[in-house]
Design a binder for this molecule. Structure first.
Ligand code: BDR
Ligand code: CA
Length: 311
């Protein structure tokens, strides 16, 4: 079983990723969930992570609270997509599960130092603040990471929070810059992939047909989350970003891309947070990430629905 830490800012699509991981206990051993400010402030992302744990009766997984703001820039949130709570769409009880007393950054450092070198995979679904702070505090952890699979960035597809930048990278470009330069084996799931994964009515209906409580709540969350794209772009459903990270661990063959150099723009006001991907290898910069570009969308949703049936 692959040991993972999930760093997240739930978010309906983060919740879908957590639930996909919960349903995949044969392959994945979740050492902990760490929360970060992003879609909504930290107080809410920590609340939402615990709501998802309680919904799936996985209160055995420890939740650690991390950074409440980006390294340098003021926090930018995305209530316009996720709603006021970050998990609008379904009304659930406030969680009774507690967060762990340890800070997420310390948990990440300690875990990577304790576990055998090259055995822990990091999955990040939000801004990269916690991981960057951990690397800055303890640079010895970087070579101990087996792999980092992250949702973030966009290249041919452009940005979703500014014309140039994707939300997770835009919120904390300094953090992303630290992480992309750290020499960690990195797999990037950009908007180029996630925009191929639309939660169409037909797909959501398959989820609803499972009839379980977790599936029903997810349907309510997705229906709320989708309305942003449906109203703005007239699409059938919205893009399901964060579960790509977990799906990659389960079925890497669903995805294809290239190993190339990625640098993060941190200064230009116009393009700050842009992931500059050297797809055509026109620079002599060293490749530092496996950048995904295509996904088998039907295969992805088959996997998601098959796994949700286990919850
Ligand atoms: C990313 O931003 C957030 O709104 C989503 O949860 C996802 O992680 C997509 O740009
Ligand atoms: Ca997210």
């Amino acid at each position: 079983r692959r040991k993972i830490i999930i760093d997240t800012d739930p978010g309906q699509d983060d919740a879908a990723a957590l639930m996909l991981a919960f349903a995949s206990g044969e392959e994945l051993d979740i050492l902990g969930i760490t929360t970060v400010a992003g879609n909504v402030p930290l107080r809410l992302t920590s609340r939402n992570a615990r709501i998802v744990c309680e919904l799936c009766v996985r209160t055995d997984i420890p939740v650690y609270e991390g950074a409440d703001r980006p390294i340098e820039r003021p926090l930018v949130t995305a209530e316009h997509v996720h709603g006021k709570t970050g998990l609008d769409g379904a009304v659930l009880d406030e969680p009774t599960m507690q967060v762990m007393p340890q800070h997420a950054v310390d948990f990440i450092v300690e875990t990577l130092r304790r576990e055998p070198e090259g055995s822990v995979t990091l999955c990040t679904l939000g801004p990269l603040t916690n991981l960057a702070m951990a690397i800055r505090k303890a640079p010895d952890i970087a070579p101990r990471i087996r792999e980092l699979v992250l949702m973030g960035g966009g290249f041919f597809e452009g940005g979703n929070i500014t014309p140039a930048a994707e939300f997770n990278i835009y919120v904390d470009p300094q953090a992303a810059d630290i992480v992309f330069r750290a020499g960690i084996p990195l797999v990037m799931m950009p908007l180029d992939v996630t925009h191929q994964l639309m939660t169409t009515k037909a797909r959501v209906a398959r989820l609803a047909a499972l009839g379980t409580r977790p599936a029903k709540v997810m349907v309510d969350w997705l229906e709320f989350f989708e309305r942003f794209d449906e109203e703005k772009y007239g699409s059938d459903g919205g893009p399901l970003h964060d579960p790509t990270v977990i799906a990659y661990l389960l079925r890497p063959e669903l995805f294809s891309g290239r190993h190339c150099n990625v640098e993060i723009e941190t200064t230009s006001e116009l393009t700050v947070g842009m992931t500059v991907v050297d797809w055509w290898r026109v620079s002599n910069r060293t490749p530092n990430a496996r950048v995904m570009r295509h996904v088998d969308a039907d295969g992805f949703f088959d996997l998601l629905i098959e796994r949700f049936a286990r919850l």
